[in-house]
Design a protein around this ligand. Sequence first.
Ligand code: IPD
Ligand code: CA
Ligand code: CA
Length: 255
Amino acid sequence: MLNQIIEIVKKAGEIYRSAGNDLGICEKSSSVDLVTKYDKKIQDFLYTELKKVVPEAQLFGEEGDGNKELTDGYCFIIDPIDGTTNFIKGFQHSAISVGLAKDKELIIGVVLDPDLNNLYYAEKGKGAFLNGKPIHVSDYNIEKSLALFGTCPYEHELAHKTFTLTEEIFYKALEVRRGGSAALDICYIAAGKADIYYELILRPWDWAGATLILHEAGGICTQVNGDKLSLNKITSYVCGNEKNLKEFYEIYNAQ
Ligand code: IPD
Ligand code: CA
Ligand code: CA
């Protein structure tokens, strides 16, 4: 099943890369929450093709009015383009993300960076891989951590909290970065390209696929206060290793 999903995600990457000048940009919840015809095109393609692999599966994707609830049995959780703003700008840092859950537990994660052609994937219990090579999270403490963060771009009321927290992390960590794709941020932690990532609001499709990859790479993720995540809830998110997460919770709780 994993290989079939990988082949489908690779083909979705071709659709992403075929984008010309007319992206068909529309606003969603606000003038900074944008969607393109490619977000929809890729989601439609993934829905059709993934359904052929697991016909009984439910489809839970970001775009359109379809199902937004995780169901029992098989369920695909899809973000057709994570990092749409980057895609629109040609910033070349976005992801196509597919997670597969069975009875609400993630069992497969496939995340493609279609600009660099980097493919991250994992199957429960079988390790995590980047382009066929095993990956693992780092074990750096905060002092040696490169910290990634998300700005919750569609919830401006969280900006002050985000930037106050990030100022504190900036003083304590090696450096901070804002990439613009939560799914890729999590994969970067899984691959040890960075060491900790947090954002005060994420939707399940932002993190589902990447989170199985993170777990299989030895990483840990929770809400920013340490509470458990749920694939059915919009919550905050932090991931890293045991050492830097412990320090993160102390910094967060002292805010
Ligand atoms: C967004 C990106 C961004 C993160 C936002 C997400 P989208 O997803 O992952 O990095 O900061 O919270 O909503 O809208 O580009 O699919
Ligand atoms: Ca997203
Ligand atoms: Ca998206």
